[in-house]
Design a protein around this ligand. Structure first.
Ligand code: NAD
Length: 409
């Protein structure tokens, strides 16, 4: 299997086969501006010293300061972070926000750390990254396994070291320290707005049957919002397993069940299924909201949904894209479907810099405006160019990045 960065570059090449770009634009986007690797020393609770490997990849800042989340995961490595940073550059261009792309991470299973160890690790990442980040330079945010609390430790560490009091260096913070209304739900909500536009275009039912892989920040919020709008979440999964319930899973009940049991399997009235069964379930919409490389050449022919909404980053490989396209299954690509998170992160950054606080209503209205508009633009482009929505989204992003690159030269 190819690593996520190889997949990302292959997506880039495929988009340029549909529309030609300046050779230099594409050459420059074949590698990041900067790759930073750090080794974070942490004194563990048993007094032993452990060194953790951390990363920041700053991919492109032609449209604005680098922007991207930080992932804590045992499988995170430089190739994954590089791919995620590349996708961030395109995603910010798709959302048409004044940001470039970056991403960070630490190779760690945070579930194996105590809270004190996790705080030391998070502060340690900042200590070593301080020279390379800043409100006008590079603005990190949460991603897989990183929470508003982790962001609060990070912004505090940055402020202690630099004296910066704007808190604009990190987004996804708790409200009390300058977080934005609506940031927590933004990715799931943005995905919902994109889905809803596509549902109408594709004449899907008012009450769709939906399978969601992943029940964290993104998958959990999407599930709740979909249920509130009359849809049925018939299958859900987390890293420990997947469940199916024909008449729909009650999201409040499963949320409480997960809090108590630390897993979703065993939820009363549901049937345990495998991850593979979830992905290939007969339903209207499949929403991958976990990790990369889930829909691949070997299972794409078995996908049984009419629409795939990529809430996760990089869940579909380029080979699988071709199979889905030939089977007339539409894919709302990650760089559009999950752009709600970085969009509201950018609102947060803007509020911090202007010392403002916007209402939730205002945030949601602005987010909806962007998601609806860009989904329409990308859908129309895909029809015009007779291509899939991923290539269309790449082309829109590349047009916008190329324009900024040329202005900056
Ligand atoms: P999270 O840590 O809150 O949740 C991840 C979920 O995926 C958890 O429920 C976990 O149990 C589940 N999971 C992990 N491995 C799995 C597996 N093999 N099978 C099934 N489920 C599995 O992370 P998140 O913030 O919800 O991020 C999920 C995806 O969305 C990632 O791809 C991330 O990059 C992307 N994303 C997140 C944001 C954001 O604002 N948080 C923004 C844009 C994109």
């Amino acid at each position: 299997m190819k690593n996520p960065f190889e997949n990302a570059l292959s997506q880039l090449t495929r988009a340029t086969e549909v529309k030609q770009f300046n050779k230099e634009t594409i050459e420059r986007l074949h590698q990041p501006d900067r790759e930073i690797k750090i080794y974070i020393p942490v004194k563990m609770d048993d007094s032993s010293l452990k060194i953790f490997e951390g990363y920041r990849v700053q991919y492109n800042n032609d449209r604005g300061p680098y922007k991207g989340g930080i992932r804590f995961h045992q499988d995170t490595d430089i190739n994954e972070v590089k791919a995620l940073a590349f996708w961030m550059s395109l995603k910010c261009a798709v959302a048409n926000i004044p940001m470039g792309g970056s991403k960070g991470g630490i190779t760690v299973n945070p579930k194996q750390l105590s809270k004190t160890e996790l705080e030391k690790l998070s502060r340690g990442w900042i200590k070593l990254m301080v020279p390379n980040i800043g409100p006008k330079v590079d603005v990190p945010a949460p991603d897989v396994n990183t929470t508003p609390e982790i962001m609060s430790w990070m912004v505090d560490e940055y402020s202690k070291i630099t004296g910066d009091k704007t808190n604009a260096v990190i987004t996804g913070k708790p409200l009390e320290i300058g977080g934005s209304e609506g940031r927590g739900v933004a990715t799931g909500l943005g995905g919902f707005y994109a889905f809803d536009i596509m549902r109408k275009k594709m004449n899907l039912p008012d009450s769709c049957r939906i399978a969601i892989q992943g029940f964290g920040n993104v998958g959990g919020n999407a599930a709740r919002i979909l249920e509130e709008h009359g849809h049925k979440v018939v299958a859900l999964s987390d890293s420990k397993g997947a469940i199916y319930k024909e008449d729909g899973i009650n999201i409040e009940e499963i949320t409480n069940y997960k809090k108590e049991n630390k897993q979703i399997t065993g939820f009363p009235g549901s049937k345990s299924i495998s991850n593979e069964e979830l992905l290939t379930l007969e339903c209207d919409v499949l929403m991958p909201a976990a990790l990369e490389n889930q829909i691949k050449e070997d299972n794409a022919k078995n996908i049984n949904a009419k629409l795939v909404v990529e809430l996760a980053n990089g869940p579909t490989t380029p080979e699988a894209d071709d199979i889905l396209f030939s089977r007339n299954i539409k894919v709302v690509p990650d760089i559009l479907a999950n752009a709600g998170g970085v969009t509201v992160s950018t609102f947060e950054w803007e509020q911090n810099l202007k010392n403002e606080h916007w209402s939730e209503e205002e945030v949601f209205e602005k987010l909806k405006g962007i998601m609806d508009k860009e989904t329409e633009i990308i859908y129309e482009k895909s029809l015009k160019l007779k291509t899939d929505m991923r290539r269309a989204a790449f082309i829109i992003a590349l047009e916008r990045i190329e324009e900024s690159m040329q202005k900056n030269d």
